[in-house]
Structure formats: C-alpha cells, structure tokens
Write a protein that binds this ligand. Structure first.
Ligand code: UDX
Length: 431
C-alpha cells in the first residue's frame, strides 16, 4: 500500500522505515532539504537502534524514498501520515503551527480519496480540526478521512516497539478508513482497538501521564525509603509481583524527561483546565519530578559540601540510556543546576555529546572523551543516565585518578557493594 509520511523526526522516520519494512511503498517528506539529502544516502541524523539498517535496506529495496515535495508524496499515496512535532507552547498546551501548515498543504495536494493519519501527539479534538482545515483549504472537493493513530514508541527501542506494539489504536468514525488501516497493519500481531478519534487522542495522553505518574510515585517512595531505611528496589519488586501494578516504570532515578512525558503531562493539565477540570494529581506528578532533580543536587552537596569550585564529573547526559536525545533531560538540568552553584563540571555521554554540548552552551561545562577522563581530578562522580557501559568501568583505575572516591548513582545502575569494597563512598536513590 502507498504511504506518505510527513515529518522525519523520531516518529516519522521510524514510522516510514517500519512501514517500508512491512512491505509498503513509503515516501517520507521533510522541508529540510539537507536532511532529505542525507536520509536519501541512509545517513540517519539520530541515534536509534536498528533504524539506520532499516533505512538502508529499504532504500535499497526501493520501498522507501525521501523528498521535500509534499504534493508529489500525497499524490502518489493512499495514506498520508502526519508526524510533525507539536512542542509545548507558552501555556503548556501543544503548539499546532506545524500540524496546521501540513494539513493545509495536504489539502492542496489531494486529488482523490486519501486516509490522513495523525500520529503526532495532539490535543483532544485535533482530528476534527485537521478534517476542517483540509475541507476549507481544498481547491476542489475530494473524499478523505482523518484518523487518529497514536504512537507508543520508546526512544532507543522504537523500531521493535513499532513492529511488536502492545496495541494499535485507530480512532475513526469511517468504516472505510478503519478497514484500510486494519489492512495496512495486517502483518503486525497486536490487539487492535478501534474507537472514536477523541478517545484515541485521550488514550495517548492518559497512557503517557499514567507512566509519568508511576515514575513520580516510585521516586516519592524512594525518598521515603531513604528516611525509613528500606531498599526501594526490594519494595518495587514486591509491588511489581501484583499484576495490577506490574514491574514496569518503577525504577527510581533523577526524574523523568524526554520529548513526551513532561510535555504530555503539561498538555493534559492544560486540556483539563480548558474544560473546567483542575488535574491536581498530574500537577503533583510534575512537582515531584522537579523536586527529584533538586534532590540529586542535594545528594551531591551532602557528599562533598558547598559546590563552589568543586570538580564534579558527570556521566550520562541523555534523558535516559540508549538515546542521544537531551530534550528535557534531567541529566542536563541537574548538570546546569550544579554549574550555577559554582561547580567545575566535566561531563561525558556515549551518544548525546553533540546534543548536550549545544544544550549546555554557555553553562561553563567542559566535556571529556570518556568516563576515565571525566574521573581524573574529580571530587565526585555523578551518574545521571544508566548506560550499560558505565556498569563495566574499571573502578579501581577510576579511584586512583579521582581527588576523592565518591559516587552519586542517580540511576541505581552500579553495585554499591563492589564500590564500597573498593573504598568508594556510594549514594544511590532510595537504597
Ligand atoms: C515515552 C513512552 O514510553 C512512549 O510510549 C511514548 O510514545 C513516548 O514517551 P520515551 O520518552 O522514549 O517514551 O521514554 P521512556 O522509556 O518511556 O522513559 C521516559 C522517562 O521516564 C525517561 O526519562 C526515563 O528515564 C524515565 N523512567 C522510566 C524512569 O525514571 N523510571 C522508570 O522506571 C521508567
């Protein structure tokens, strides 16, 4: 089946490559011509497991192509996916400028029946808004349907999440569009939930906000565990065996970040407010999250005293391991907070150096080429993203070069017993 995918960010690129892998003919569109040129040569601008291989293989097979020409892509496709970004606006709501622009361009390009599929995370009611915009901007009327088809892709595992999803949600009132969407995803073995567009839009916000709530909840529990002397990992394990709770998203840390959780929580609070409901629970989730960043800084202060002039080594800058994304990264926020308090910071991340360097420009942070260089002369090492490679570091070597052997492990990714045996002062989260 022929598909156009408009917007080649994380979601668009993964969607395009995976649809091609499923055997469909896919044209990915972006107005950034240098990005399109790079993608046409299989140069993927983000670090995402499997993605580059998938792009290369499907370019080679001829099922995947890239263009800046949205009209051509829409004309050649039955499905038109909208995967543009919807950043937070000043009020916490989603900024729909790009989505509106793309809807108008799609309207001007449609020359026969199309299924317009919205995958961007959008406020409730946006499917109808896109429908209205397309209708208004069409030069000549052609039949079309707009479907809400939210994505649940986690960065770092998004290719496998697309291919093996927990569920596929299709929000539409059109039997024709529902049948075509079902056919499109035929090769994927997953529960298919067909619902109305508004419910589909809510499913996305409700899911991400719930997961964010779980993370803030376990962070709060971790904080209590520290005071009463319990180990949060044992507590989470004991909770997780209850199938009503489950094991997932109960890892305490420096707070959640990334392109979705903070933005989607803020957007759901705003949507609720606009409809007369004060979503106090979700405000609490965001408050706990902000506090959690500060608590990590407090742990560092407790371990080494006033930060002014202290040499601090930071390991991990991405918003979590296995991605190069630093959007709303707790690691970046914590690093900035420590730098503002006068710390002399050297930092390293296996994949997010380029993005973090841009994000922390002017913050007075210097960067190293590996963890050992970060450790040299540092009074403390602060682990802020749980990359696997940090687990296997030679800590005896590290101890010899540090000014004092102190570790704050904000991801609980290290073994305290091993470190303490080597003479380190170790501080984790909730243990
Ligand atoms: C999330 C959703 O999982 C995905 O379904 C949605 O479509 C997009 O948003 P992502 O942002 O890639 O995916 O990351 P995810 O793995 O969900 O983690 C989000 C944040 O929560 C990260 O900062 C992570 O470190 C944090 N987290 C997650 C925890 O602190 N503890 C946990 O147990 C789980």
């Amino acid at each position: 089946m022929e598909c156009a995918v408009v917007g080649t960010g994380y979601v668009g690129l993964v969607t395009g490559a995976c649809l091609a892998e499923l055997g469909h003919s896919v044209i990915c569109v972006d107005r950034d011509s240098s990005k399109i040129e790079d993608l046409s040569k299989a140069h993927v601008p983000i670090y995402e497991a499997e993605l580059e291989n998938l792009v290369r293989a499907n370019l080679k097979s001829g099922r995947l192509s890239f263009t800046t020409d949205i009209r051509e892509a829409v004309r050649e496709s039955l499905f038109v996916f909208i995967t543009v970004d919807t950043p937070s606006d000043d009020s916490g709501g989603a900024d729909l400028t790009h989505l509106d622009e793309v809807s108008r361009e799609i309207a001007r390009s449609i020359d026969s029946y199309r299924v317009v599929v919205n995958k961007s995370t959008v406020p409730v009611g946006t499917t109808r808004r896109v429908e209205r915009l397309i209708k208004e901007c069409m030069e000549e009327y052609h039949e079309f349907d707009v479907v809400s088809n939210p994505e649940f892709l986690r960065e770092g595992t998004s290719v496998s999440d697309f291919m093996n999803p927990s569920r596929i949600v299709i929000g539409s009132d059109s039997q024709k569009a529902i049948m075509l969407m079902t056919e499109l995803y035929r090769e994927i073995d997953a529960p298919l939930l067909v619902t109305d567009p508004v419910s589909a839009e809510m499913i996305k916000y409700a899911s991400n906000s719930f997961l964010a709530t779980k993370v803030s909840y376990i962070n709060a529990i971790a904080n209590i565990c520290e005071v009463v002397g319990a180990d949060v990992r044992e507590v989470a394990l004991g909770m997780g065996y209850d199938p009503r709770i489950g094991f997932e998203f109960l890892k305490p840390g420096p707070g959640f970040g990334g392109s979705c959780f903070p933005k989607d929580c803020r957007a759901l609070i705003k949507i609720s407010k606009d409809h007369g409901y004060h979503f106090k629970l979700l405000e609490g989730v965001l408050d706990v999250n902000e506090e959690q960043h500060k608590r990590i800084v407090d742990k560092v202060v407790k371990a080494v005293g006033d930060l002014e002039g202290k040499r601090i080594g930071v390991l991990g800058l991405a918003f979590k391991a296995n991605t190069d994304d630093v959007r709303e990264s707790p690691a970046v926020k914590i690093t900035r907070m420590m730098a503002e308090r006068g710390a002399i910071i050297k930092a390293y991340d296996p994949k997010a150096m380029e993005n973090a360097t841009a994000e922390l420009e002017g913050a007075g942070v210097s960067f190293a080429s590996d963890a050992y260089e970060v450790a040299e002369g540092s009074s403390i090492l602060v682990f802020l993203a749980g990359w696997d490679e940090f687990k296997w570091l030679d800590f005896s070597r590290i101890k010899k070069t540090m000014a004092s052997p102190v570790v704050v492990d904000a991801r609980n990714c290290l073994d305290p017993q091993v470190l303490r045996k080597l003479g380190f002062v170790y501080e984790g989260v909730g243990r």
